[in-house]
Design a protein around this ligand. Structure first.
Ligand SMILES: NC(=O)c1ccc[n+]([C@@H]2O[C@H](COP(=O)([O-])OP(=O)(O)OC[C@H]3O[C@@H](n4cnc5c(N)ncnc54)[C@H](O)[C@@H]3O)[C@@H](O)[C@H]2O)c1
Length: 339
């Protein structure tokens, strides 16, 4: 019997993860054999989709994570509940995203840093010593004058975030590693690549256009591309991102190794390559719907991230990147035609 908690459970990855957990019905945690998922708690500031709450195993807790974690808080709370105190696996996905954190520094510090620290503190008080999977980001990497990025980022490349969001993710990785070393919980930080193609409405991530320039033209709508066609990016389909989160949850302490973060596999592509793939899949009328309108603020964030990765540690865990952009687009089309 496995008790699972997902923060950010109404988000794109959180809801997808929840659907997959419910469909599979079981989860392997920390090297143990898979056990039935008997309880799945989704925490988010917005309600999760109705198909998830219709499942008898799901409980939704709606509210701001940092407030829900306040000890002794009146009304709905997460601190001290069985959902948290008895959780076997926690997927911590709730976050303010990159562009939001750049425009509102205090928001990112409160939600991304404060929320994560409060969550880890509550886990420390729990008897279950949960496996905590933390969704970190390639945004922990960046170039500065003294520390240029190597041509290829590997498992030993120094993190050097150049955005508020990346800085908050890096601090949280270190907190997770520290709490793991102390034996309070079993931390698994994974650095996700930019997820594309994200379904649904755009969020405030600086990388959101990397989904929008595919998703919107496929739906017959115009999309804005704020960077030049030669910009290189590191991508992952939603499916491969979920594979990474589940693999992190399943790995034994020995297989995971160091409590340091694992870079998930990346598919390297140029924006021109994405558009060419869109054209191959959906024709020139689709790519004609892209407006090339530079946005220096977005470009400064996205072009500062690395695009080429060598991910030996992830590959030892059995993870692989998407084979090519065409297959990522075809997967998105197949999935959105089903739903
Ligand atoms: N999607 C990507 O390209 C990508 C890349 C790297 C890392 N990540 C990380 O993966 C995680 C999930 O990303 P996603 O793509 O599903 O994003 P998303 O924006 O779709 O989901 C995040 C969810 O967190 C919730 N949330 C935000 N602040 C909250 C708060 N204070 N209290 C409660 N809930 C709150 C939001 O309502 C949202 O549903 C995030 O931590 C993100 O930083 C995503």
């Amino acid at each position: 019997m496995t008790n699972v908690l997902v923060t950010g459970g109404a988000g794109v990855l959180g809801a997808r993860l929840a659907r997959q957990l419910l469909a599979t019905g079981a989860l392997a945690a920390g090297g143990a054999p898979a056990q039935p998922v008997t309880r799945l708690t989704l925490v988010d500031r917005v309600p999760p989709p109705a198909d998830l709450t219709a499942d008898h195993r799901v409980t939704a807790i709606v509210g701001d994570l940092t407030e829900l974690l306040e000890p002794g808080r009146a009304g709905s709370s997460l601190a001290g509940t069985a959902a948290l105190a008895g959780a076997d696996v926690i997927f911590h996905l709730a976050a303010a995203v990159s562009a939001e954190c750049e425009t509102d520094f205090d928001l990112g510090m409160r939600v991304n840093l404060g929320g994560t620290q409060a969550l880890l503190e509550r886990c420390r008080g729990a008897a279950s010593r949960p496996v905590v999977v933390f969704a970190s980001s390639l945004a922990v990497f960046g170039a500065s004058a003294e520390h240029p990025l190597p041509r290829v980022v590997d498992d030993h490349t120094m993190a050097n975030p150049q955005s508020s969001y990346g800085m908050q993710k890096l601090i949280c990785e270190q907190l997770l590693a520290g709490y793991t070393r102390k034996g309070f919980l079993r931390g698994r930080a994974v650095r996700l690549m930019t997820v594309s193609v994200r379904p649904g409405r755009p969020n405030a991530a600086a990388s959101g256009f990397l989904s929008a320039i595919i998703r919107e033209p496929l739906a017959g709508r115009r999309a804005r591309c704020p960077v030049g066609p030669r910009t290189e990016v590191a991508l992952s389909s939603p499916a491969r991102a979920i594979d990474g989160l589940l693999c992190a949850a399943a790995a034994s302490d020995a297989a995971w190794g160091d409590p340091t973060p694992v870079n998930l596999p990346a598919l390297t592509a140029t924006v021109a390559g994405l558009v060419a793939a869109l054209e191959r899949v959906a024709g020139p009328q689709a790519s004609a719907l892209i407006d090339w309108l530079p946005d220096p603020a977005v470009a400064a964030i996205v072009t500062g991230w690395p695009a080429r990765f060598r991910t030996d540690r992830a590959e030892r865990l059995g993870l692989r990147p998407d084979p090519d952009v065409d297959s990522v687009i075809r997967m998105y089309l197949a999935e959105t035609m089903i739903t």
